[in-house]
Write a protein that binds this ligand. Structure first.
Ligand code: ITT
Length: 180
């Protein structure tokens, strides 16, 4: 069985392709930046993005929208994670967190699957902490500053896929479409 993943982010695609193997699902890739409506609700953004994209893609597909939510920053950057990463990046988040004791943060992933008729969403969440400095050279995005049980995602490599927000959301999708 093949299903198409629409994303401009190669790091995300690689992770999701590896997750498909367990379910016998081949993950195809449309490398594309698509229109994401602005808003405060990740699930709503993902759903609307998929509805818009469905006008251009003639087969079932999914996309995945994620965000990093930092407790001491009242959930920032949240739905603006992509823009914030491109502008102030990991250095910028670490600066905002200087002197802050409560480092709690979580990643949220929303998968939006277009089955040819309608959109269905699946979510996944992982709780962790913002590290004091960047550590590790694997992964992508905020991985060097997101600590899970003492190690950053960028220090873990493949192992990240066992705990990640993306894994949880994507596995819900894969078990839905494979009936497993
Ligand atoms: P799309 O084309 O799939 O939208 P994107 O990189 O814009 O790719 P998102 O909007 O979902 O993806 O991601 C928001 C930001 O959060 C972006 O800067 C990512 O690098 C970062 N991010 C998402 N998932 C991450 C993860 O697992 N680890 C570290 N950073 C992550």
């Amino acid at each position: 069985m093949e299903v198409i993943f629409v994303t401009s982010n190669e790091g995300k695609y690689r992770e999701v392709r590896a997750m498909g193997e367990k379910y016998g699902i081949e993950v195809g890739w449309i490398r594309k930046e698509y229109l994401e409506p602005q808003g405060n609700d990740l699930e709503e953004i993902a759903r609307m993005s998929a509805e818009l994209l469905s006008k251009d893609i003639n087969s079932p597909f999914f996309l995945e929208d994620s965000g990093l939510f930092v407790k001491a920053l009242n959930g920032f950057p949240g739905p603006y994670s992509s823009y914030v990463f491109k502008t102030i990046g990991n250095d910028g988040i670490l600066k905002l967190m200087e002197g802050v004791e409560d480092r709690s943060a979580y990643f949220l992933a929303v998968v939006a699957y277009w089955d040819g008729e309608k959109v269905r969403t699946f979510t996944g969440k992982v709780e962790g902490k913002i590290s004091r400095e960047m550590r590790g050279d694997k992964g992508f995005g905020y991985d060097p500053i997101f600590e899970y049980e003492g190690r950053t995602f960028a220090e873990m490599g493949e192992e990240k896929n066992e705990y990640s927000h993306r894994r949880k959301a994507v596995e819900k999708l894969f078990s839905y479409i494979s009936g497993r």
